[in-house]
Write a protein that binds this ligand. Structure first.
Ligand code: PEP
Ligand code: MN
Length: 383
């Protein structure tokens, strides 16, 4: 690691994997470095953005730019920019007392939409991602994909590289599983999401998948987060089952800060004390994450309960809590599934969830204003 001495004391450099360039980051010993978030309006000229980034660079500060969908964007700087550049045309706000997840924060911006091919997540229509826990074979996956599509799913899930608790359990088909996912996409026309376990697998998995899943066990695997930050595929970031909401959002911040603006959060249950459930689906976290960040939030009621009898109701509860979509384990014959059969439902059950979800979302569509997260990152106070 290179030691870079700047105007804010002793600093350490670290390697940004996307570019391979040694980018100076502030890490002043003994104190938390102050960081700055600068918001640019949609009409901000490119010269302003360039000048802000150049000024940061000349001060030895790292800057990450996250453009907004409708123009403008937000610049996160790991230090403070001088006052004169903050009056350039198009700079709408600058703050140093912001949330630590400055790029993920909802402060000064509206909700973002993640697009995977024709599928939009966060646009108001709940998205259902479904499929087996693990890819079992080419024909099995194509049959499952056909069935979940007919039941209302618009994306296919399936693990090729599996993070299993036991080293003796089936670890997935690896690259062969990725080929089956690509074959199912071609045959059935659903984009696919699959888990990537290791930094060195990111290129391989991204060459087959439409979205990269970071599993709960890897939520704080920072080398992996940095690497998917440099990938050109959206990232589905599952919450670690012992992680706080803030740790989850900081994990998303890693991906954003390393250059990938397409991050989707997934609540999948946390550890509770009661062995009646595999995990406890933490639906508090859904409206909170939507209040604090602009990122879409989906829910996994399969892992979040561990019981197939609970999946349907908790799926609907998740949508009532404001989730932008669901990821559900579905298998044509759940009892024969090679992994997680006890929490897996049938395509027919998924079709029921889909129908009820559409009715529910319709009922909930005229939400009172006080329930809608405001761009300042808070819910308005109930009068
Ligand atoms: C999965 O989606 O199959 C999975 C392993 O999920 P999690 O990382 O949430 O346990
Ligand atoms: Mn599973």
């Amino acid at each position: 690691m290179t030691s870079i001495v700047g105007d804010r004391g002793r600093r350490l450099g670290f390697l940004m994997p996307k570019t391979g360039i040694d980018i100076p980051r502030t890490a002043t010993r003994g104190e938390e470095p102050s960081t700055m978030i600068v918001t640019l309006s949609p009409d901000a000229p490119a010269s302003t953005t360039n000048e802000l980034i150049a000024t940061a660079g000349s001060l030895g500060l790292a800057a990450s730019y996250l453009p907004f969908d409708g123009g403008g964007g937000v610049l996160g700087v790991d230090g403070s920019l001088p006052a004169d550049v903050l009056t350039l045309p198009g700079v709408s706000t600058s703050r140093t007392n912001h949330k630590p997840y400055m790029l993920a924060s909802r402060e000064h911006r509206t909700a973002s939409v993640v697009r995977i091919g024709d599928v939009s997540i966060g646009s108001g229509v709940p998205v259902i991602i479904a499929g087996p826990c693990v890819v079992e074979g080419r024909n099995e996956l194509i049959d499952a994909a056909r069935a979940v599509k007919a039941a209302g799913a618009t994306m296919l899930r399936g693990g090729a590289f599996k993070p299993r608790t036991s080293p003796y359990a089936f670890q997935g088909l690896g690259e062969e599983g990725l080929r089956h996912l690509a074959a199912a996409r071609e045959a059935i026309g659903l984009p696919v999401v699959t888990e990537v376990l290791e930094p060195d697998q990111v290129g391989l998995v991204a060459s087959y998948a439409d979205m990269l899943q970071i599993g709960a066990r890897n939520m704080q695997n920072y080398p992996l987060l940095r690497r998917v930050g440099g990938a050109n595929k959206p990232v589905l970031l599952k919450r670690g089952f012992s992680s706080t909401v803030e740790e989850w959002l900081m994990a998303a911040e890693y991906v954003l800060a390393h250059g990938n603006p397409n991050v989707l959060l997934c609540e999948r249950g946390i550890r509770g004390f009661d062995a009646a459930f595999r995990f406890n689906l933490d639906l508090n976290a859904v409206p909170l994450a939507k209040e604090l960040t602009h990122l879409p939030v989906i829910v996994d009621p399969s892992h979040g309960t561990g019981r197939r009898s609970l999946v349907g109701r908790m799926a609907l509860a998740a949508l009532a809590a404001g989730a932008d979509g669901l990821i559900i384990e579905v298998h044509p014959e759940p009892d024969l599934a090679l992994c997680d059969g006890s929490q897996t439902i049938t395509p027919a059950e998924l079709a029921v969830i889909h129908r009820r979800a559409l009715t529910l979302v319709d009922v909930l569509s005229d939400e009172p204003a006080w329930l809608v997260p405001a761009p300042n990152g808070e819910l308005s106070v109930i009068a």
